[in-house]
Design a protein around this ligand. Structure first.
Ligand SMILES: [Fe+2]
Ligand SMILES: [Fe+2]
Length: 136
């Protein structure tokens, strides 16, 4: 599995949200590294649960900002977040109960989730929230 590197074009135009996206990315990478290193399940579960918790907080803050900016796609975006929260919880449960956790599958989901959601769906609100101080 390859780790993901942040590049400037991933910016959604808000320093705050970019910072949160970067942190999510770093957490996904840490989980990938811990898996590669063959760390024990308890250690992986800890990173996973921190990641899922942080993602939840991020979704809430993002929705709050989108609400303030009257983003027209908000309700759809909220639904996507709810679905991601559900999937994170499902993966966490499966990861916990499986005899041999499917680490590649989990990483695949996390990396695609990040790319699909941040780079496609989050990117759609860019024009609504862009900070004046963030270069385009
Ligand atoms: Fe986001
Ligand atoms: Fe989002």
């Amino acid at each position: 599995m390859e780790l993901i590197t942040w590049i400037d074009s991933y910016s959604v135009g808000s320093e705050k949200l970019d910072g949160q996206h970067k942190r999510i990315l770093a957490m996904i990478n840490s989980l990938g590294e811990a898996m590669l290193a063959g760390n024990e399940r308890a250690a992986l579960m800890k990173i996973f649960s921190d990641l899922a918790g942080y993602a939840k907080t991020h979704f809430k803050e993002e929705e709050k900002l989108l609400e303030e900016r009257n983003y027209p796609g908000l309700s759809e975006h909220r639904e996507r977040h709810a679905e991601l929260n559900r999937r994170l919880a499902d993966y966490y449960r499966t990861f916990y109960t499986e005899k041999k956790p499917q680490t590649t599958e989990v990483m695949d989901f996390l990396q695609h989730w990040l790319f699909d959601h941040i780079l496609e769906e989050d990117m759609r609100y860019r024009n609504f929230i862009t900070d004046k101080n963030v270069p385009r």
